[in-house]
Design a protein around this ligand. Structure first.
Ligand code: FAD
Length: 500
């Protein structure tokens, strides 16, 4: 039997502690041991409060108890993201974590909806989505397990304090045998022959060796970037936002909303994330279109409550490493790439990389085939998220600010143009196997941003028009009636996981 794989993680933000918790939680110490090195003096990026439903699967898989985690991380539930002023000023739609309607008359529901619109019906697609209706009413309940129920047609994610989540994962990982070292890495030595990382040196002079290094050093990318020189593919021509200014504010009494709000601004967009005790806010902006002072002014003048502390500024560049596993080093988190938080995808990409690494856990002598396949899968995840994000900027009809005019006329990847054309002309949404964003997500954004298809699936015509209209109205009424009976999100959170 092989001796255990000696894994060293450098960095203790959400990426580092998610990796440590997952490896320690899932793999026995006969297979792999984990040591995490982090520097309190350097600290973490300190943002990242909104997530996607896959986080629940990740947490369940490694053994995290949901209510316990939520209580300690000041968390609330999240059913989707509201986009305000994106397609045009005055517009609003919700990207829900669930489907719209249920298949009807042999066709996907949205084809029937397009048919109803073409026949003159004016109801909005969101009226047929359980999570959208629940979001609008500020309600929450767990999805039904009975797949025949309309209340089974969604999933949910969390809003939380990322620093508290990382602290929670740290305790979780340490209880399962992960070792933590406080220290700053000051040097990285490469093996002259293989080019692998031979060792890292800490500020106190200690030299640390490992079979596999995981680079979770955030934007610094100490191992994958500085030491191994892995190229970074720059995507800022498509995703021009390169700065953010963030500040929490007091939570106002009243409804606790179960969704993130993303409001388009002249030079980017502003997030609003409701936690139990405070609201997270930030303005993600393109520095070519607005100054730091103006961005901070816009943010501070549009908060719901009093700001807690001074605004913090962050810099980034959209893009990804060209292969985040190089030699004996896997980059996870901000060191592997950055896509702005518009669809809350970063923590998803972190946890997806960890799950993929766990399923390809190497032996001491790393099989290059594992590395190649890992990179193919992770690159694909990044590329698909990129196209989805670009869609939000590209499909706009705003003529009131330079950023939006630029985005509307920029050249976008062919992979996105093909998807858009397919939807516009046929009403079909291109489907991925195992992709992050399902057809329901693409559909919400297409329709929400004003991309209406010219046609629909011919199979939808099987049902006579009047009968179809009657059925979809029944569906809408059934959703409204079920949502009416749900508890309010605030009351649900108070009962299930009140923060300490
Ligand atoms: P960091 O948190 O920066 O951690 C880096 C770690 O490396 C730290 O522990 C640091 O001490 C350590 N380190 C660095 N150098 C050394 C060294 N020399 N020696 C020892 N240790 C070292 N994601 C979402 O999913 N949802 C969101 O809503 C969201 N919002 C965001 C908003 C903004 C403006 C930004 C910039 C990002 C956002 N993200 C979001 C991304 C999210 O914040 C990150 O993906 C997540 O926090 C993971 O960061 P990380 O662990 O890779 O890096």
């Amino acid at each position: 039997m092989d001796t255990p794989l000696n894994i060293v993680i450098v960095g203790g933000g959400t990426a580092g502690w998610s990796a440590a918790a997952a490896i320690a939680g899932v793999v026995s110490q006969n297979v792999a041991t984990v040591r995490l090195i982090e520097s309190e003096e350097i600290g973490t990026v300190g943002v990242g409060e909104a997530t996607l439903p896959h986080m629940k699967e990740f947490n369940d898989h490694i053994g995290v108890i949901e209510a316990d985690m939520m209580q300690q991380a000041n968390a609330t539930f999240k059913l989707g993201i509201e986009f305000v002023d994106w397609g045009y000023k005055g517009s609003s739609y919700i990207h829900p974590f669930g489907v719209h309607g249920q298949p009807l008359g042999g066709a996907m529901f949205h084809h029937q909806w397009v048919r109803s619109r073409l026949s003159g019906d004016e109801s909005s697609l969101g009226d047929y989505s359980y999570p959208i209706m629940a979001s609008r009413a500020a309600k929450f309940d767990f999805p039904s397990r009975d797949k025949n129920q309309v209340s089974s047609t969604y999933s949910y994610a969390y809003h939380f304090d990322a620093a508290l989540y990382a602290r929670y994962l740290r305790r979780f990982a340490e209880r399962r045998g992960a070792m933590r070292t406080e220290g700053k890495v000051t040097d990285v030595s490469l093996d002259g022959e293989s080019g692998d990382i031979a060792s890292i040196t800490l500020e106190n002079g200690e030299t640390v060796t490992a079979d596999l290094f995981i680079d979770c050093t955030g934007f610094r990318a100490l191992l994958i970037g500085d030491a191994l020189g892995t190229d970074y593919q720059d995507w800022s021509k498509w995703l021009p936002c390169d700065r953010a200014v963030a500040v929490p504010c007091e939570r106002q009494p009243g409804k606790l909303l179960p969704y993130t709000r993303a409001t388009a601004r002249d030079a980017g967009w502003q997030w609003r994330i409701p936690l139990q005790s405070r609201t997270g806010n930030g303005y993600v902006y393109a520095s070519d279109f607005i100054s730091e002072d103006e961005a901070a002014g816009t943010l501070l003048s549009s908060l719901d409550g009093e700001a807690q502390g001074d605004p913090r500024f962050l810099k980034f560049q959209a893009g990804r490493r060209v292969g985040s596993w190089q030699k004996n080093c896997v980059a996870i988190g901000l060191s592997s790439g950055f896509l702005e938080p518009l669809e809350s995808t970063s923590i998803y990409l972190i946890q997806q990389a960890i799950t993929t690494l766990l399923s390809f856990l190497p032996r001491k002598k790393i099989d290059p085939a594992l590395r190649t396949e890992f990179n193919r899968l992770i690159d694909l995840e990044y590329d698909r998220v990129r196209d989805f994000l670009i869609l939000h900027y590209y499909a706009n009809t705003r003529d009131d600010a330079d950023l939006w005019r630029y985005c509307r006329s920029m050249e976008v990847p062919d992979s996105l143009l093909e998807k858009l054309e397919f939807f516009r002309t046929s009403g079909h949404v291109e489907t991925y196997r195992n992709g992050l964003f399902t057809p329901a997500s693409w559909l919400a954004v297409y329709i929400g941003q004003g991309v209406m298809p010219e046609r629909y699936d011919r199979q939808a015509d099987k049902l006579p028009l009047d009968e179809m209209l009657g059925e979809i109205r029944k569906m809408k009424a059934q959703i409204a009636e079920r949502v009416d009976r749900m508890p309010s999100h605030g009351v649900f959170v108070e009962d299930y996981c009140p923060s300490n």
